[in-house]
Design a protein around this ligand. Structure first.
Ligand code: NAD
Ligand code: MN
Length: 332
């Protein structure tokens, strides 16, 4: 089958890791057509917007999109986070972040969870205002029945599809009685449709603690936007850190896969950026396209490299970004 892949290199180390991922994709037995689009601070400087409409259009017209990273400087008037805007504009409502043990001394063993984060509302609704002459700042936390229902369903479906037996619904409904209350109510309703999956409830602060104490207990975690952002960064530290953490933003008619890390300005041009997070995002993209065999081949190649200590400095190795890429291609 022929696929149109949209590449969004972005800023900082984004273009470096996306170029590596393109090489890896070309090494697999797939029929791919690539197109590139602009996003980020560089795009803003060149075109006056960090997220041109043409980028959204290219993503819509592609089978799937692979995104690097962007630099989002705070306090620039007229600037907005193109990542949050892209997720909202394309209704990429679910953010899937697998956290799985890697064959490396820095990784804890026995971890294999997927964090399913709501990606379009919650505290990242974008509804903010300043009152009282700048002395009172308000951000609205928006939770809808529709938004909660589709993300909770995604979590239970993901559990089923991956042979997992439980879902932890994480909230703070004892304090955020309205917003988390609605999220919890919807979760209890949806869970009834999945008698084969056990639903657990956990308060978000307890979850933060349990992720450190006993991360192996979790199979699937589903939660609201900000909580999911924080918990998934926390969880990835037990399994290799930002250099290997990947995620997928999946909606009804578009999907964007990306490494979890940002643009890492100090690493640009040093050869120290680990491309593996982007390779694992690429493998998630291939799963989404139902190219399971290529996805597995890529994941195996990456795991063998890690196990053989063929890695960048963040994993204790001494290879560069492009050397790791060559090794992965060799193992494919
Ligand atoms: P970052 O993820 O860029 O870096 C955090 C730490 O992880 C740094 O020590 C960095 O050196 C290291 N790191 C990141 N990627 C790595 C890789 N591939 N290999 C090895 N080490 C890696 O986060 P930050 O420093 O907080 O933010 C830098 C910029 O990135 C900011 O402008 C921020 O807004 C942006 N950002 C973008 C995204 C995104 O594009 N989705 C996500 C987070 C941050
Ligand atoms: Mn984050």
């Amino acid at each position: 089958m022929n696929y149109k892949i949209c590449l969004l290199p972005g800023d900082g180390i984004g273009p470096e890791v996306i170029a590596c991922a393109e090489k890896v994709l070309r090494a697999l037995p797939l029929d791919l057509e690539f197109t590139r689009a602009e996003i980020g601070f560089g795009a803003y400087e060149r075109l006056g917007t960090p997220l041109p409409d043409s980028t959204l259009e290219k993503i819509r017209l592609s089978s799937a999109t692979l995104f690097g990273s962007v630099t989002t400087p705070p306090a620039i008037t007229g600037y907005f986070s193109p990542v949050v805007r892209m997720r909202q504009s394309l209704e990429l409502f679910s953010n899937l972040r697998p956290c799985r043990s890697i064959p490396h001394s820095s990784s804890r063993a026995g971890i294999d969870m997927i964090i399913v984060r709501e990606n379009t509302e919650g505290l990242y609704s974008g509804i903010e205002r300043i009152e009282d002459d700048g002395n009172r700042a308000i951000t609205e936390r928006v939770i809808t029945r529709k938004g909660s229902e589709r993300i909770i369903r995604k979590a239970f479906d993901t559990a089923r599809q991956t042979g997992r037996k439980s879902v932890h619904v994480v909230h703070k409904a004892n304090v955020l009685r309205q917003t988390c209350g609605l999220f919890r109510t919807v979760a209890l309703e949806v869970a009834k449709e999945y008698p084969d999956i056990t639903m657990y409830e956990m308060l978000v602060d307890t979850c933060a603690m349990e992720l450190v104490r006993a991360p192996e207990q979790f199979e699937v975690i589903v939660t609201t936007n900000l909580f999911g952002d924080i918990l998934s960064d926390e969880a990835c530290m037990f399994v290799g850190g930002l250099g290997v953490a990947a995620s997928g933003n999946i909606g009804a008619d578009a999907a964007v896969f990306e490494p979890v890390h940002g643009s890492a300005p100090p690493l640009v041009g040093t050869g120290k950026a680990n491309p593996i997070a982007t390779f694992l995002a690429t493998a998630m993209m291939l799963d989404y396209l139902n190219e399971k065999e290529s996805a597995e081949r890529l994941r195996n190649a990456v795991e063998t490299c890690i196990a053989d200590n063929e890695s960048t400095p963040d994993l204790g190795g001494n290879l560069t970004t492009s050397q790791v890429t060559e090794r992965v291609i060799g193992k494919i």
